[in-house]
Design a protein around this ligand. Sequence first.
Ligand code: BTN
Length: 246
Amino acid sequence: MEFKIQHFDSLSSTNDSAVELVMKGQAKEGLVLVTSEQTKGKGHGSNRWESARGKNLTLSVILEPRFLEASDQFFLTKIVSLALQETLQKYLPEHTIRIKWPNDLYCGDKKMAGVLIQNFLKGAMIEYTVIGVGLNVNQEEFVSDAPNPVSMKQCTHQDIDLTELRDEWLQILGFYYHELQTEEGRNVISSQYMNHLYRYRTVTKYQDSNGIFWGEIVDINSFGQLIIQDESGNRRTYDFKEVAFR
Ligand code: BTN
């Protein structure tokens, strides 16, 4: 897999720029938009993504996974998270890096990276995907009200080379993207994703629209919904943002 890097000094949001290219028919598989600064970095929902200029990785990758059915789009979340998990674990061998469903990267109990994926469908298949990644690398102070951010430097106390880190992640992403094209590869991806899932099979306090309860994550279905088994043995199924850790 060949990636083509386009570097910008400042953009409003790499995801917005990548989506614009898709809309204009100018998107190409493997194009990566990287910026030193985002003036309007997007998080999930109405959240903003905080990133100090020149300190972190803020980028969007465009892929054309036309072989992937729309109903299988959660596989994209899996490979992006896994590639981040593997990269971060290599850099931070003393720490445990986990994937907090669906695609936050946690170092211990703190968030080190966030992912924003925007898919474009053609019939029942995916035509384009824009994979936005914000990874906290060398930033030492966070000023927004993001609940629990942490950077790699806060763990290692050393500056990390952004280009090397980016290329390492892209290489692993390319590997998993290739694996996505066989059933055997998909099975490996799914089991690896579960292996690295934050609080998997760990009894934890949760809150949903009905209140607080104790339960444990037991599965994720093919649509990417989270399955939590509560104390009474009932399996509850959740979409993103329908349940939270307490
Ligand atoms: C989250 O809220 O966890 C998702 C954060 C995603 C942030 C990245 S930074 C690069 C890309 N461009 C954006 O505007 N957002 C994503």
